[in-house]
Every structure is written in structure tokens, then in C-alpha cells.
Design a protein around this ligand. Structure first.
Ligand code: ADP
Ligand code: MG
Length: 342
């Protein structure tokens, strides 16, 4: 790109990251991100945003960094990179049962490539609009491609879904099929680029389970989003809640296309230990299941029971050959803590 086409930092922010969806009064400096209707008393353009939380609700705050060639392939479509960077953050709100409100974006770019930025911003803003979350500030720096997003959600006081609330002899459920993103990653690594393929789509365009999280408030006793794989994420719930778990491997809902693409062993392993699916993994007492199913049906979402909590610590019922630890960076301590046994 020639120097005359280069954008200054402020032009870049205004062009790609200031939306014209504000409901507030226009600003002289072109930022104009105020949006009182969305609780944004003062948006981009000042040193801080000023936000108006809902009385009686708690703020749920989370940050995640996505690095090129660590968390996503650097040559993935820019739309997908923008979508995915926000989706993984929204998924943390979903896992708490929180409703998305506001986010800030710290973007480090190797250079200013307006085509790439247009695609990135399109993917980002489309998911933000779909999820009802507002961009209220950020930062732009030069360096290796890195995207850090901090999301702010809200949840009625004392109703957040936490990891430490699972009780004994409760059902363990997932809100969607698993293993698809891992299958998609493998497809990407083997050179496939058609992101209409269901597995590649699952990997590049994850869909945070926001409706499911909100619908499970007051019904699930614990929840986590599946980012590291069912076994690893269930182990987090078990450790925090002081319970063990028995998984019924046959009951795991495999992502459509997974069983056709891979042999059974690989497909089950992807479902148990592949990450990045971003469905929710929850516990709930058996008597709450029918009500939870009814709440979720309104959002076209089904629950699948995949096991039960038990007193004996560790994750039980998973044949060792399905766990595939050698593919994952798991500390020896974590291995014994998950206690995967057959
Ligand atoms: P400061 O010097 O106070 O850090 P900046 O010059 O970095 O402010 O940014 C100017 C304004 O633009 C701030 O309100 C900031 O929140 C906003 N902003 C900067 N980068 C981004 C971005 N990537 N997305 C959204 N808003 C941004
Ligand atoms: Mg700054």
C-alpha cells in the first residue's frame, strides 16, 4: 500500500471501529459512539467510556487474547478472525448466564491493510449486532497480529452460573454437539479451505451459546463453556465443586459430519478432548431437566445428558485410549486430577 493510502491511527479507528448505530448526539470529532439506549452514556472518543449498568444486576467481565497462528490461522478469512475473536469472549459470558452489553478491543496489527481490516470489522460487527453487544473503546498498536477483547455482560444479582455449584448425583449435560471444531482444525491443517464445510465452519465460525446460558439461569447448578474439550472443562467444574463425574461416552453428541470424516476412535477423541466447540457443559438436578429443556426449546437448542456427578473425585468412564493426552498440553498434575479411567 502506498504512503498516500496509509491511514492514520485515528482515521483507522473512525473508519473501521466507530459505528453509525449511535442514538446519542453527534460529536464534533467524528467519534460519536454514544448510545444511551444501550447504556452507553459516553462512547468512543474520550479517555474512558461511561457505562450505565442495570440496577440490581451484577457485571460479568472477561478478557481473552487471540494470537495469529496460536489461536487462529493467520491466513484464515479476516471475517472469520473478527467473528471468532469476539465469539470466544461472548462464550465466557454465555457460560456465566450473562447477557452481553459492552466490549473494548485492543488490536495489534503488523501493518494497515484496509482490505483485511474491512473483512475483520465486518465479521466482528456482524456478530456484535447479532449478540446485542456494543463496542465502546479500544486501542490500536503496531506489532504481530493480536486481538484482545474485554467483554462486559450483566446478570441478575446472585443468578450467575458458576463452576463451583455442582452437587452430587446431578446430571451432566451439553447444549450442543461436540468435536466439530477439532475436526475442522484438522481439515484446515490438511489444506481444506471451503468454510461452508460443516466442520471447517464449526472451527472458523463458532456460535456462542448466549441464549442457552441465559435460559439456564436459576436451573443449572454449574456451567462452563467447552473451550479446552469436554474432559478438561468438566474437570474444572469437578475441581471447583468438589465432586467427581462419570461420563457415558456413547451418549456424547458428535458434531454432524464428524463420524463420516474420521474413524470412530478419532471422532470420539475429538468429541472428548478437542477444544473450541463453545457449547455449554452444565450440571443440574434431575428434577430441573424438563424445565431446562422447555426453556431451551424456545431457542432451538437441545440438551443432551452425557453423565452424572459422583462422589469419587476424577472423571470416570472414559477409556484411556479416547483421552489422547499426548495431543494436548496437559500438566502431569492435571492428568492425575482429571483421573481419566476406564
Ligand atoms: P488514548 O490515547 O486515551 O488511549 P486512543 O487515542 O488510543 O485514546 O483512542 C481514541 C479513542 O478511540 C478512545 O476513546 C478509544 O477507546 C477509541 N479506540 C481506540 N482504538 C479502538 C478500537 N480498536 N476499537 C474501538 N475504539 C477504539
Ligand atoms: Mg490508546
Amino acid at each position: 500500500m502506498s504512503d498516500s493510502q496509509r491511514l492514520g491511527e485515528f482515521d483507522l479507528i473512525r473508519r473501521f471501529f466507530v459505528r453509525d448505530t449511535c442514538t446519542g448526539s453527534a460529536r464534533r470529532d467524528g467519534y460519536g459512539g454514544d448510545d444511551p439506549a444501550s447504556g452507553v452514556a459516553l462512547g468512543q472518543g474520550d479517555d474512558c467510556a461511561l457505562l450505565t449498568p442495570t440496577p440490581g444486576w451484577q457485571l460479568a467481565v472477561s478478557v481473552d487474547t487471540s494470537l495469529a497462528d496460536v489461536h487462529f490461522p493467520a491466513d484464515a478469512p479476516p471475517e472469520a478472525i473478527g467473528h471468532r475473536a469476539l465469539a470466544v469472549n461472548l462464550s465466557d459470558l454465555a457460560a456465566m448466564g450473562a447477557s452481553p452489553r459492552w466490549y473494548v478491543l485492543a488490536l495489534t496489527l503488523p501493518d494497515i491493510d484496509t482490505d483485511w481490516l474491512e473483512g475483520f470489522a465486518r465479521g466482528l460487527h456482524r456478530l456484535a449486532d447479532h449478540s446485542g453487544i456494543r463496542l465502546v473503546g479500544g486501542d490500536v498498536t503496531r506489532g504481530s497480529l493480536s486481538i484482545t477483547i474485554t467483554v462486559h455482560g450483566e446478570v441478575p444479582a446472585q443468578t450467575a452460573l458458576r463452576r463451583d455449584g455442582a452437587g452430587l448425583d446431578e446430571l451432566i449435560v451439553v447444549t450442543g454437539p461436540v468435536g466439530g471444531a477439532h475436526g475442522g482444525l484438522r481439515a484446515w491443517q490438511s489444506g481444506e479451505r471451503d468454510d461452508t464445510d460443516p466442520l471447517l465452519h464449526a472451527y472458523l465460525w463458532p456460535s456462542p451459546a448466549l441464549n442457552a446460558g441465559e435460559a439456564l439461569r436459576g436451573l443449572a447448578t454449574s456451567a462452563i463453556d467447552v473451550s479446552d474439550g469436554v474432559v478438561a472443562d468438566l474437570a474444572h467444574i469437578c475441581r471447583a465443586s468438589g465432586v467427581g463425574a462419570r461420563i457415558d461416552v456413547e451418549a456424547l453428541p458428535l458434531y454432524p459430519g464428524l463420524a463420516e470424516r474420521f474413524d470412530e476412535q478419532t471422532a470420539r477423541q475429538a468429541a472428548l478432548t478437542g477444544g473450541d466447540d463453545y457449547v455449554l457443559l452444565c450440571t443440574l438436578p434431575e428434577h430441573a431437566l424438563a424445565r431446562a429443556e422447555a426453556h431451551l426449546a424456545a431457542h432451538d437448542c437441545t440438551l443432551t445428558v452425557i453423565g452424572r456427578t459422583v462422589a469419587e473425585p476424577g472423571i470416570h468412564g472414559v477409556p484411556t485410549e479416547h483421552v489422547g493426552w499426548q495431543h494436548f498440553d496437559v500438566e502431569p498434575d492435571d492428568r492425575s486430577a482429571t483421573g481419566a479411567t476406564s
